[in-house]
Design a protein around this ligand. Structure first.
Ligand code: MLT
Length: 243
């Protein structure tokens, strides 16, 4: 059977040998939800970078590029968009390269870049990502971005959503590790109440406090997208939406 694992904190991801693995990075609130949204809305590519300076320099060097992301949940001076998915509308991002820098999600994606096959997942595209992972015929790692280096409940639940979908699309193929079993159990407990789940988490409560309450129901939408971002050469692009 093929190993199906979940890394719970970014340090675990950073230390692992990812050679031969297929990795999906999850930062449900909100970075990977934003990446999927930007590509759904026609962004030419999303380039994850580690610092605001890198993002501003990247966008400055390319015509029609945007700078997005956050520190402490909000956009920095000079940014075109923050880290709310509602800021990545078709009108704003279609055809544009988005340089994105966030506290946790873009960092995790850069760590995952060492793997053989990489994508990003959120609740919106979890079944599409599960199908893609099953096709890779590699051990699978679902990498939780966490929050400020620590574990986050919503990323574990998101990983569990992918575990459940993987076991449905490829029954009997994967051997879940203990962490993957935990993730699946958390998702099963909250499926059908994902908005409540997000509002109950540390990061969800923080986002409500700073005025982003409406982002939570958006990030809680399950299986509304068939988009599996394609990772190559340091950026994400949208391949054709998958059946
Ligand atoms: C992150 O990558 O740190 C998060 O997406 C933070 C946020 O919700 O803006």
């Amino acid at each position: 059977m093929v190993t199906l694992d979940v890394s719970l904190v970014p340090a675990e991801l950073a230390e692992r040998d990812l050679n031969g693995w297929a990795v999906a990075v999850l930062d449900i609130l909100r970075a990977t939800t934003v990446m999927v949204t930007a590509l759904e809305n026609g962004a030419a590519q999303v380039v994850p970078v580690l610092t605001p300076e890198e993002a501003l320099a990247g966008a400055g060097s390319r015509q029609g590029a945007l700078v997005g992301g956050e520190r402490k949940g909000v956009a920095l001076p000079g940014f075109d968009c923050g880290n709310s998915p509602y800021e990545y509308s078709r009108e704003k991002v279609a055809g544009k390269t988005v340089y994105l820098t966030t506290t946790n999600g873009t960092v995790a994606l850069r760590h995952a870049a060492r793997a053989g096959a990489v994508t990003v997942a959120c609740f919106r595209n979890r079944t599409a990502v599960a199908r893609w992972l099953a096709e890779q015929e590699k051990p699978v790692l679902l990498a939780c971005a966490g929050r400020k280096g620590r574990f986050s409940w919503e990323d574990l639940a998101g990983a569990g959503a992918v575990v459940a979908a993987l076991e449905a699309v490829a029954p009997g193929v994967f051997q879940p590790t203990d962490a993957a079993r935990l993730a699946r159990q958390v998702f099963a407990e909250w499926e059908g109440r994902l908005k409540e789940l997000l509002a109950s988490t540390e990061h969800g409560r923080f986002l409500i406090d700073i005025g982003f309450r409406d982002d939570l129901p958006y990030c809680a939408q399950l299986d509304v997208s068939r988009l599996v971002p394609h990772w190559e050469g340091g950026s994400l692009t949208a391949p054709q939406a998958r059946a």
